[in-house]
Design a protein around this ligand. Sequence first.
Ligand code: PEP
Ligand code: MN
Length: 286
Amino acid sequence: MSNRKPYQLVSREWKKENTEFTVNGVTIGRDLLMIAGPCAVENREQITTISEYLSKLNVKFLRGGAYKPRTSPYSFQGLKTEGLQLMREAADKFGLGVVSEILSIDKISELEEYADILQVGTRNMQNYPLLKALGKSKRPILLKRGMSSTIEEWLLAAEYIVSSGNEKVILCERGIRTFENATRNTLDIAAIPLVKSLSHLPIILDPSQGTGIRDLVAPVSSAAIAAGADGLIIEVHNQPNEALSDGDQSLYLDQLKDLLPTLKQIAHIREKRFDFESNAYQYSTQ
Ligand code: PEP
Ligand code: MN
């Protein structure tokens, strides 16, 4: 089998050094990127309470969906523009960057106005017109892995964005569909070191969509950092039991606080053990 990859610009062969870019004081690809927040923005009190808490923990990025791609049309669809405004207001008050999902081309300029990083969800990973349009954006793109996509298809999706002009792509493993239904998705931890060897792009992990189960979020987050992830995007809520979406997988705020010191310790150790050169999986140089 040929070693030639179908993607080019995102490959390690194309660029040996890790891609790094700075957003809200965090150099993504080098510093540990921690993004936390509710699945969806629900109201001012919710998003302000969570933002204040995150700022006290020194977490620099707030996540929150304003346009929600729900499986059922009868589920909460998000607060849309109002949600973005509430999130920006709370984030500015506490010095946080904003990460929010982009569902369609016609909303790109609105998302660019309110968010610092635009998230492409699992359902849109192969929405090629959207990916091409995001290639023209100045904002970094957080590209989730499609729930039925191979790593190669995922990297080709990233190639759409980069080849259209936007190099600032963050890959995000969030689990794939398998026969296993004890967890919401099957998290592919091996994808982290593998993608790091195949591509220069930063890769983070979403343990919340990845497991669907609150109690699994902490151990899986630790595993991701140990495996070489550049960061995490974690759902947290001030009242998970009242959440309008994904409450069962959202951490209580105090659980995030308890988790962070462990993650930092693992990241510290990893700096010595998980640099690219010592990675067991060697990329092809031809
Ligand atoms: C989310 O982050 O809330 C979300 C909908 O993610 P995904 O696209 O991975 O399902
Ligand atoms: Mn969610």
